[in-house]
Design a protein around this ligand. Sequence first.
Ligand code: ADP
Ligand code: MG
Length: 341
Amino acid sequence: MSTTPAVPGAPLPGAPLLDVRDLRVEYRSRGRRTVAAVRSVDLQVAPGEVVALVGESGSGKSSAVRGIMQLIRPAGGEVRFDGQDLTTMGRKELRRARRDMQMVFQDPFSSLDPAMTVAEIIAEPLMVHTDQDRKHRRASVVEMLELVGLRREHADRYPHEFSGGQRQRIAIARALVLRPRLVIADEAVSALDVSSQNQVLQLLQSLIAELGIACLFITHDLAVVRSIADRVAVMYLGRLVEQQPTEELFSSPQHPYTQALLSAALVADPRVQRTRRRMRLEGELPDPSNPPAGCVFSTRCPAAIDVCHVEMPELLPLADGGRVACHLVETVAAAPGLAVR
Ligand code: ADP
Ligand code: MG
């Protein structure tokens, strides 16, 4: 296999669709300390793959999304989409790239313009990115409505006439109408009750699978990712602490933080109860403008040893794929002296 792309700058075969390297997102405001909400995040999404980004509220997930989408220009790192670095793109290029990366947001009550009809909302990306005429746009809207389980009569109504679950269906229709290559869903089901959560999740899952769309699925709730994600990345205080294929992460979580998240999420799952000691997450997430020395999780980690309070562990490969940043876990590249398990 050749390692040289046929076209200079074109992605290599098998290259990730989204390739985030060393991403850093900061908020600066006058008279206050800079908040580094995202520090050194590496994340890849292959074409058609579903990757979940998980972490408790405040861990920097939405900031990472803003940095990836260039809604905030990152303070550092690269965001390659289909081989092209978005962080160096100008407005016009970015606009073109965004056609292929669409978003679904958390709040179905504020993410849809209340003054627009459902048809106008769903057709908006077509207006921005295509020269389809009115008739074709209308046909696309009707097709999308049916695809997300709504009806053509819904097209001329307004968002307030719909339930939360229906509004997220409308948001999904808008996100998919251009057949993007990547959908980023930021807490897309978090505001919904459990039964609508499951329905919207199943809908999103079946549509992206059917259309071959990759997805970066962001949630604070590890329980919802098991069915949808191929791979899970766990974020804590601006950093990735673990990444594994979904089944491996659920059956063999390596980082103490992942273990704590899992035992909180899966208390109802008897298989998990039997095989794993419950672990409760004590204390609060530290202030990202004043992070702890050493490992970001050291202040809450029940297993922390001296080195954890001094040195931030690197995200290193595990023997069976996946990566973890923990001094206590044996990684492929770790010095044997540090592996205490
Ligand atoms: P998550 O989506 O995981 O809940 P966020 O990315 O929203 O996390 O927030 C990460 C950190 O960045 C939090 O400490 C939050 O208070 C801070 N933050 C988010 N948005 C801003 C902002 N606009 N200005 C300053 N700090 C912010
Ligand atoms: Mg968020």
